[in-house]
Design a protein around this ligand. Structure first.
Ligand code: 2M8
Length: 457
């Protein structure tokens, strides 16, 4: 027994070593004002929700740097309030770069001083702002909140003004990249149903996708089977062309664009972000505007329409057909992060969490249930365990009073990262079955959020 424990200690990091290693990863990725998601060329620019997760980790050792991470994500905010999901740096080797988007030429709202994409990502800014605020003295916090409030507010208002045609507090996404869970099976279902362009269909029929696969730039560092499929990626490129064709004008996009989803995780994050915004507003003596107050009032009722009693899951909705996308995924747990759920509902969700055929794996939480035909343990958002999703889920469990479950998941998450940290550092995602690493190495949000889990109770 002693030898076993001693052996484990030798090849695994202690909490303190893990904290130091996480910090070292964040510092090594740091470019001063912003940090690319990983040390390799796979993602060489600034990504939006990555920046906020970075900040949540950085606040533990350099609060000013954490503020800069949040601030810098807003340096390219569009005139209409949109905060773009990528701010391009000088690096030229990204597969969906400025030439594909052409936002500065096509949109009257896009900034001219820097190139960006024309879509957004989950609004984690308010969360990061408040987490930083909690560590500041009252006067500094007020200044910090006064600085961030108008920017975050403009972003949320844009989402409700331009992406919420039903005014029910749940916004439409127009690209799976906006959800951050790029190739999650429910999103790919909508893509396959409505948004396979003729070009992509021809690629598929003629086998040209095999040739295109050889030319992919994103699979030089990470094996193709751990990434999105070539056909799905090309369908996404064509959706970007459609957004560009509509000059990133949301009215035209909602009327004609073939991919529109009421995404469950994005909307859960937005609901929670509004609560944070309310906290920020009240600390600085601001009154939330009516549109946000309205959205906050109706969103919990609208969220209920995403629950399916027959299967016991929350789902995203296909906004084109109006139907629920009944493909179970880890997103079903995120309403816990969004709001307070009834006890009975939580009981149902926790049953799924512990069911070995669904999410009860050795290294939870898989993004897709293991019994699903879509489950692939190493493939991107189709099965692997992601640390940011666990982090949101842990927070949701706490907020709903399930502290023991939250602790259990927190320890399982740290255990998963610790398992390979000595040899492989912090990875982008992990197999939920055996904990093996996948995706990019030296991954920022894995390091940042592990650091946060280790530093907070
Ligand atoms: C992944 O997405 C980008 C496109 O946005 C890509 O595959 O090139 C996703 O995991 C996304 O959630 C993440 O923000 C991004 C950078 O880490 O990579």
């Amino acid at each position: 027994m002693f030898t076993l424990i001693f052996g484990v200690c030798l090849w695994q990091m202690s909490d303190q070593e893990l904290v130091e290693a996480a910090k070292a990863t964040l510092v090594a990725n740091d470019r001063g004002e912003w940090s690319p998601p990983t040390s390799i060329t796979l993602y060489p620019h600034q990504w939006l929700w990555d920046s906020f997760f970075y900040a949540i980790g950085q606040r533990h050792y350099d609060i000013e740097r954490a503020k800069t991470a949040v601030r810098s994500a807003f340096r390219a905010q569009w005139k209409n309030g949109l905060v773009p999901h990528i701010i391009f740096s000088e690096a030229s080797d990204y597969h969906a770069g400025p030439d594909l988007w052409q936002t500065s030429r096509r949109s009257r709202h896009a900034p001219r001083h820097v190139e960006t994409t024309g879509v957004t990502q989950p609004p984690v800014a308010a969360e990061a702002t408040v987490r930083i605020g909690e560590m500041l003295k009252k006067k500094e916090r007020r200044l910090w909140y006064e600085e961030m409030y108008p920017k975050i507010l403009a972003w949320h208002q844009m989402l409700y003004r331009e992406r919420n045609p039903r005014e029910d507090g749940l916004v439409h996404l127009v690209l799976s990249w906006e959800s951050g869970m790029d190739n999650a099976p429910p999103l790919m279902e909508v893509l396959h149903k409505h948004a396979m362009s003729n070009r992509v269909r021809i690629m598929q029929l003629t086998g040209l996708d095999k040739w295109a696969e050889l030319r992919r730039r994103d699979t030089s560092d990470v094996p193709a089977h751990e990434r999105i499929s070539t056909l799905d990626l090309h369908a996404i490129y064509d959706l970007i062309r459609s957004l560009r064709h509509h000059n990133y004008d949301h009215q035209k996009i909602l009327a004609h664009h073939p991919f529109q989803v009421i995404d469950l995780p994005f909307n859960c994050i937005l609901m929670r972000a509004n609560e944070h915004l309310k906290t920020i507003a009240s600390e600085i003596g601001e009154k939330l505007p009516d549109d946000i107050v309205h959205a906050m009032r109706v969103a919990p009722h609208s969220l209920e329409t995403l629950w399916d009693d027959a299967t016991g899951f929350y789902y995203s909705r296909d906004a084109i057909s109006g139907e629920l996308i009944k493909i179970p995924s880890v997103s079903t747990f995120l309403p816990l992060y969004a709001t307070q759920l009834p006890k009975e509902r939580i009981r149902f969700l926790l049953k799924h969490l512990h069911d070995p055929k669904k999410f009860g794996t050795k290294f939870p939480v898989p993004t897709t249930p293991v019994e699903s035909m879509h489950f692939k343990p190493h493939c991107y958002w189709q099965g692997p365990t992601w640390i940011n999703i666990n982090w949101l889920f842990i927070d949701g469990l706490r907020r709903n009073g399930h502290h023991q479950e939250a602790e259990r998941l927190k320890h399982a998450t740290i255990r998963l990262v610790r398992k390979s940290a000595k040899k492989h550092g912090f990875h982008e995602y992990y197999s939920p079955l055996d904990g093996s690493v996948a995706g990019a190495p030296n991954f920022g949000w894995t390091a940042a959020l592990t650091l946060d889990l280790l530093k907070t109770t």
